[in-house]
Design a protein around this ligand. Structure first.
Ligand code: SF4
Length: 254
């Protein structure tokens, strides 16, 4: 079979399967144009820009996960922000959500600085990687179910490639929870039935099919500006969930 074209719905499944390592997966992902509405939106946002980011050359492509390819902990969000990841080209980088997340990771010693501003700011994560079930910025931060499903092979492959070291997930928000559990099932973990419901502080365990280590999954309110500004998600709450997940993953945190 010839490789799928980037604008074909089968491109993610085809290209993800061909990636034998996380860096190759990240690179292949950046060529994807399988969701016409999201491709149009990510490029429109880049053309129009925002006054605060005048002079920025927007990334305007799919945003890959970020962090080491032997991570023990994976943080799964929703999708890049139009003027955050879609601008900088790095997940959770350059927006308020990332400000909250990286500050918490820094408090736990899993990030070497509290702020993420650009792809080349030198930020390094230890033991933790951040990703999303949808890799292009959606209008109103709302991907359609079809877009979520089209993008799923990227997350499934990322989970599969991380599987030798991955021990826990933190899923930010109900949307991510709905997307991450089926992806984990497709990557070789068994999800309890009935499927556990999302809640902040929820914890469930996915057993590894065919042996291997279980995956501890933690729910956390999304680090959206709406949640952090209103106090629905405080820095303490976020650090607490990330810390529990890091300890479950065997990472040394305070
Ligand atoms: Fe491709 Fe995912 Fe972006 Fe859709 S959302 S164009 S599947 S990377």
């Amino acid at each position: 079979m010839p490789p799928a074209r980037p604008d074909e719905p089968g491109f993610p499944a085809d290209q993800a399967a061909r990636a034998s390592a996380v860096p190759a997966l990240d690179e292949r992902l950046t060529h994807c144009r399988a969701c016409p509405r999201l491709v149009a939106w990510r490029e429109q946002v880049a053309r129009e820009g925002r006054r605060a980011y005048a002079g920025w050359d927007y990334w305007a492509r799919p945003v890959p996960g970020f962090g080491p390819d032997d991570a023990a902990l994976l943080v799964v969000g929703l999708a890049p922000a139009a003027h955050g990841g879609n601008r900088t080209g790095r997940m959770f980088t350059g927006d308020r959500s990332g400000d909250a997340l990286f500050a918490a990771l820094h408090r736990l010693g899993l990030a070497d600085r509290a702020e993420a501003t650009s792809r080349d700011d030198g930020l390094r994560l230890t033991g933790v990687r951040v990703t999303a079930p949808v890799h292009c910025a959606p209008p109103a931060n709302r991907p359609t179910p079809a877009e979520r499903d089209t993008c799923r092979p990227w997350l499934v492959r990322e989970l599969s490639l991380l599987r030798p070291t991955l021990r826990s997930l933190v899923v930010l928000g109900g949307y991510g929870w709905q997307a991450a559990l089926p992806a984990a099932a497709a990557a070789g973990w068994s999800v309890p039935r009935p499927r556990p419901a999302f809640a902040h502080g929820a914890r469930t365990t996915l057993t590894a099919d065919g042996g291997g280590r279980d995956l501890a999954v933690f729910g956390c309110y999304h680090v959206s500006q709406r949640n952090t500004f209103t106090g629905r998600l405080t820095p303490g709450m976020l650090t607490d969930v990330l810390g529990r997940a890091a300890r479950a993953a065997g990472l040394a945190v305070p």
